[in-house]
Design a protein around this ligand. Structure first.
Ligand code: GAR
Length: 202
């Protein structure tokens, strides 16, 4: 099995979906740690309850972004993960960090990239008059939400949708495509330059 660490900043529902998927002996990934930049991230206790090692690195405890990332890299060096899975990790990684895990960092983003990079994706999609929203699993590169796309799901925007009602439906799809995309990536089924994608609708 490949080893992976999950990075979170919040409640960790995508994290939990991955941990649940890994209970299947056929899943090609085991999760060796959950790392957060917030000591009070709700996902940390959920990971611990499932027997997964956790570590929190608050940015304010370090003098610089580099020192913060170095501490995380040092922690990871002891675990030797094959992949890093960003799951609601609300911090940009530097090129130096990314190059330490080149083509081995994946992220889930709540929009159909390249549309709506950054924050408040659902509100922006509704305000733009979109009839379809969605989510994307992609490789992480230095540009924010810019790396090669691995998987996407398209979710209709319904009349009367608010960002909350839309987010809830997209989140369910996030859990599914993250699980399936990581399975393909870790199983060596998708190369980083592969144009084959996991695409699902609804
Ligand atoms: C998810 O919707 C994820 O796509 C998003 O944060 C949420 C985390 O929820 N990520 C980003 O916006 C990254 N910029 P979760 O903690 O329940 O998985």
């Amino acid at each position: 099995k490949k080893k992976a660490a999950i990075f979170i900043s919040g409640g960790g529902s995508n994290m939990l979906a991955l941990i649940e998927a890994a209970k299947d002996p056929a899943y090609p990934v085991e999760f060796v740690a959950v790392i957060s930049d917030k000591k009070d991230a709700g996902g940390l206790a959920k990971a611990e309850a499932r027997g997964i090692r956790t570590a929190a690195f608050e940015r304010k405890d370090y003098d610089s972004k580099e020192a913060h990332e170095s501490a995380i890299l040092e922690f990871l060096a002891g675990l030797q993960p094959d992949f890093l899975c960003l799951a609601g990790y609300m911090r940009l990684l530097t090129g130096k960090f990314i190059s330490a895990y080149e083509n081995r960092i994946v992220n889930i983003h709540p929009s159909l990239l390249p549309l709506f990079r950054g924050l408040h994706t659902h509100q922006r999609a509704i305000e733009a008059g979109m009839k379809v929203a969605g989510c994307t699993v992609h490789y992480v590169t230095e540009g924010m939400d810019e790396g090669p796309i691995i998987a996407q799901a398209a979710i209709p925007i319904l009349d009367g949708d608010t960002s909350d009602t839309l987010a809830a439906r997209v989140l369910t799809a996030e859990h599914r495509i993250y699980r399936d995309a990581l399975k393909k990536v870790a199983g060596g089924i998708l190369a980083t330059d592969d144009t084959a994608r996991v695409i699902s609708f609804g």
